[in-house]
Design a protein around this ligand. Structure first.
Ligand code: ITT
Length: 187
């Protein structure tokens, strides 16, 4: 039985599928408001999430937002907060080209935010791993075909959806957010 509902404001359908799956384990229903929220120029995901929460907030509504990115160590964290821009411009092959010949370690980070009235919660998740030599797999979205989480042999795009959720930055951030939301409502 779903006892809590939140509105997830994002333009990214891949994020919605993941959050719906994760929140359903906590009996939290997710309505999707498909909108692109304004993002400030900042190199911190937390700042972006706070700004998204301010823009998404509606009286009486429980809203969830998220900001995430792929941070390549050898590129000093690029594309990071500019991940969407990098994907839309140079694409997966471009990122692999820039990283070619470098140490391949990278991490995905996500910061998730919730707001209802004056209650605001931020959580984060991070997964370390490395860039693959070439894109592999058809699942997931964005950089999934080029990221292999530490200790695994497959990219996120080669794994099942549940396999990615168990390890991913979004899985970690959204499970801790869901736990905190469920606790708020005295469940
Ligand atoms: P919003 O409307 O929620 O902002 P967005 O796609 O623009 O959607 P971000 O601004 O948070 O999202 O940009 C993060 C980008 O990083 C996203 O577009 C992907 O390209 C990439 N990314 C984040 N999480 C990912 C994941 O789990 N797998 C693959 N790529 C991911």
């Amino acid at each position: 039985m779903v006892t809590v509902d939140v509105t997830f404001v994002t333009s990214n359908p891949g994020k919605v599928a993941e959050v719906r799956r994760i929140f359903s384990d906590f009996d939290i229903g997710v309505r999707w408001s498909r909108r692109e929220l304004p993002e400030p120029q900042s190199d911190r995901l937390e700042d972006v999430v706070r700004a998204k929460l301010r823009a998404a907030h509606r009286p009486g509504q429980a809203v969830v937002v998220e900001d995430s990115g792929l941070f390549v160590d050898a590129l000093r964290g690029f594309p990071g907060v500019y991940s969407r821009f990098a994907l839309d411009t140079i694409g997966l092959e471009g990122v692999l080209r820039v990283a070619k010949g470098q140490i391949r370690s990278a991490r995905f980070r996500a910061v998730a935010g919730f707001r209802r009235g004056r209650t605001e919660i931020l959580t984060e998740g991070e997964v370390r791993g490395e860039l693959s030599g070439r894109p592999k797999g058809t699942g997931g979205f964005g950089f999934d075909p080029i990221f292999i989480p530490a200790g695994e042999r497959e990219t996120f795009a080669q794994m099942s959806a549940e396999g990615k959720d168990a390890l991913s930055h979004r899985g970690l951030a959204m499970r801790s957010l869901a736990r905190r939301i469920a606790a708020l409502d005295g469940k």
